[in-house]
Design a protein around this ligand. Structure first.
Ligand code: ZN
Length: 694
């Protein structure tokens, strides 16, 4: 939309700009960051036609506008909210706004419409419309300056130092408005000395020093790059702020000085070989630890005739016996426990609907490790200490809420621990707290997206990223969530209670894989029938072995999740290995509205109702609104009259609701209508995901 080529400008003999190149696309928010005297204002003056460049070219929507005058620039779609506001102190708020439209020579009715639009965006200005601009507070004057620029309905809004001289609270308010304008599709060039604020509010940025662009790129990258941070963002140290270029101008941002922000949670391996060395040491430790600490593991290892000393290479992993869900229920209430009780600081359990819950013991080190790699998830998704993370997953005995919470605090972000459900409160907090990250299950994210759409508040919220997990999601579902959330970026996070909890891997910014934490666990992909490794890149069951888990280590634990390894290094540059998004389960477990249902529990319920046969089918579908439906087809027992159907139907529905806590649609059919087969017949038909998953 706006393109600047090799722009040079002078004030008399003094050169202020040296061949600046800059580009702004439609709908983008671009930050121009630099200290006082770096050339930012000069560049804006050139853009607005207030200063004639000595060389170079400015084009707007493909048209050369290098020597256009200011009034023409406004007509061509550029408006400036100048540094120092420059409101007319002796005119009223309303009169100041009217001035903004003068170059356009608008009809009265159109001018009135635009004033009404500005008032709806800045309710404070409406309250004070008769007041003289000189009596407004600094923040209100800033709003007036922005409102006046918006009167021209510009294609590009230039904001020169909107936060200058404002208290932090007012700055927050101004930036919230800038964010809303951006969400509403306004193209913005934001010129700021407050680098951290500018970078966190923009898509891309140019760092200007001494009249030259010295760095440019995606704002999130610039914000997180440690070298750039120390050079430009005043993050050198609290004690020596002047050691950075912006710090020297007193332009540091306190929130960026949080220690956690400096910490890198990515592992430090030079190459794959170094990672493998770490993995082998971890595997050897784990087998010995399990053998010495757990009677169950010792028995298994002895039965398999493997001594801990036999583990000499990563290939020896295949000699080890498997651990399965049955081992977990056999060992209830503290399965696989490998440390004395005095070292256990917490238990978590998974939500199961049949049999005993899976319970896991954690030592303090386990919790610290989990917190660290969860922080890594946030870091990989580009979440930092300026973010506000609304956690809408379950807190309590299951691991989800706790993991999201600890990791969030570890990266120094602000956590809003709402928990699941409660849509009204979720929306209220998205609006009031301006949460920038939303964490939930995929179906909750969809539900929220639709609610945001229904209430028409997409341009009033600030969510940039959605981290979702625990359910399969299709491409179309992801697309819909992102769109209704006003263009938020989605990150699929993986994890299971057996393996600490959520956060054992996450999608990166390339969005075509899950990076998993190969420094905390080994991942094998096996054929679920033969239990032999599948060729690299093929789908199979994910089997995991932990490398440093103390409380309840896992040795070749069969997760039943189906995925595949993606060979090679990712485009994003991370050394961490990758797998595809989880495709499904190798057993028949159904995930329905957040509840795990084992078909065997349906068996149990049906067989307890006299008059019901043993054959049934489960059909899962998803309606247009994204809600899952479960239709259960059940045969009556042999010789049972169809007149009894209503009564039987009521009883079965009631029992399912009571025992599984879900509502199903039930259809009773004649005996022997469903197909029989000698082998295990297919009972579950899941049609919820129609398109490709990965
Ligand atoms: Zn990647």
């Amino acid at each position: 939309m706006l393109k600047i080529n090799n722009l040079t400008a002078h004030y008399g003999a003094a050169q202020a700009l040296f061949g600046v190149d800059l580009e702004i696309g439609k709908g983008e928010t671009v930050a121009l960051v630099g200290a006082n005297g770096a050339g930012k204002s000069t560049l804006l003056k050139c853009l607005m036609g207030l200063l004639k460049p000595s060389a170079g070219q400015i084009s707007l929507n493909g048209k050369d506008v290098t020597t256009t005058n200011p009034a023409q620039m406004v007509r061509l779609g550029m408006a400036l909210s100048p540094e120092g506001r420059e409101v007319f102190a002796h005119l009223s708020v309303l009169e100041n706004l009217q001035l903004g439209a003068i170059p356009l020579k608008l009809a009265k009715a159109e001018a009135a419409t635009r004033i009404a639009e500005v008032f709806s965006r800045f309710p404070k200005l409406e309250e004070r419309q008769e007041q003289l601009a000189g009596t407004l507070s600094g923040g209100e004057q800033q709003m007036l300056a922005m409102g006046r620029a918006l009167m021209a309905k510009p294609d590009i809004l230039l904001l020169d130092e909107p936060s200058l001289g404002l208290a932090p609270l007012i700055t927050d308010e101004i930036f919230a408005i800038i964010h809303q304008l951006a969400r509403a599709g306004t193209t913005i060039l934001l010129v700021e000395q407050n680098a951290a604020r500018a970078l966190s509010a923009s898509d891309k940025a140019y760092l200007l020093a001494n009249g030259k662009v010295i760095e440019q790129g995606e704002s999130s990258r610039l914000l997180n790059d440690p070298i750039l941070r120390s050079a430009f963002l005043g993050a050198a140290s609290d004690a020596d702020p002047a050691s950075s270029r912006l710090g020297a101008s007193g332009l540091t941002n306190i929130r960026l000085e949080k220690n956690a922000m400096q910490k890198n949670f990515m592992p430090n391996f030079a190459d794959e070989a170094e990672l493998q060395q770490h993995q082998l040491a971890g595997l050897q430790w784990t087998v010995r630890h399990a053998y010495e600490g757990s009677a169950e593991y010792r028995k298994k290892l002895e039965q398999a005739e493997i001594a801990p000393a036999a583990i000499q290479s990563l290939d020896d992993l295949q000699k080890l016996p498997f651990t399965t869900a049955a081992d977990l229920s056999d060992g209830y209430p503290f399965p696989l426990r490998s440390v004395p009780f005095e070292q256990i600081v917490r238990v978590h359990a998974s939500s199961g609907t049949t049999g005993k819950r899976k319970v896991f013991c954690y030592t303090q080190k386990d919790l610290d490790d989990w917190t660290d790699f969860f922080a890594r998830c946030y870091q990989m998704a580009g979440v930092n200490s300026l973010d506000r993370v609304q956690v809408a997953v379950g807190y309590g005995v299951w691991t989800a809420g706790m993991g999201f919470q600890l990791g969030c605090e570890k990266v120094g972000a602000l956590a809003v621990p709402v928990g699941p459900g409660n849509i009204d409160m979720q929306i209220q907090f998205l609006l009031d707290f301006q949460s920038t990250v939303f964490c939930s299950t995929a179906s909750m994210a969809l539900l929220m997206a639709e609610e945001i759409h229904k209430r028409g508040v997409a341009d009033q919220i600030a969510v940039k990223k959605i981290i979702y997990g625990s359910e399969r999601s299709s491409r179309s579902m992801r697309k819909k969530i992102s769109e209704l959330f006003g263009g938020a970026e989605l990150f699929d996070i993986t994890g299971l209670t057996e393996l600490y909890g959520p956060g054992t891997g996450i999608e990166c910014s390339e969005h075509d894989c899950i990076h998993y934490w190969g420094d905390y666990y080994l991942l094998e992909i096996l054929d679920p029938e033969t239990l032999q490794p599948v060729p690299e890149g093929e789908w199979g069951e994910m089997v995991v072995t932990t490398l440093c888990k103390e409380g309840a280590p896992l040795i070749r634990y069969r997760t039943r999740d189906i995925t595949r390894i993606i060979p090679g290094r990712c485009e994003c540059g991370s050394i961490l290995p990758r797998h595809s998004r989880i495709k499904g389960r190798s057993d028949d477990t159904i995930k329905f509205r957040g509840v795990n249902i084992y078909p065997s529990s349906i068996d149990t319920i049906l067989s307890a109702v006299p008059g019901i046969g043993s054959e049934y089918q489960i059909h899962l579908t998803r309606d247009k609104a994204g809600r899952d439906n479960l239709r259960l087809l059940v045969e009556r027992a042999e010789g049972v009259d169809s007149k009894r159907s209503p009564e039987l139907s009521r009883e079965v529905t009631h029992q399912i609701k009571k025992q599984l806590l879900v509502s199903v649609e039930l259809e009773l059919i004649d005996y022997a209508t469903l197909p029989r087969s000698e082998r295990k017949s297919q009972r579950v038909f899941d049609q919820r995901i129609e398109d490709e998953i990965v």
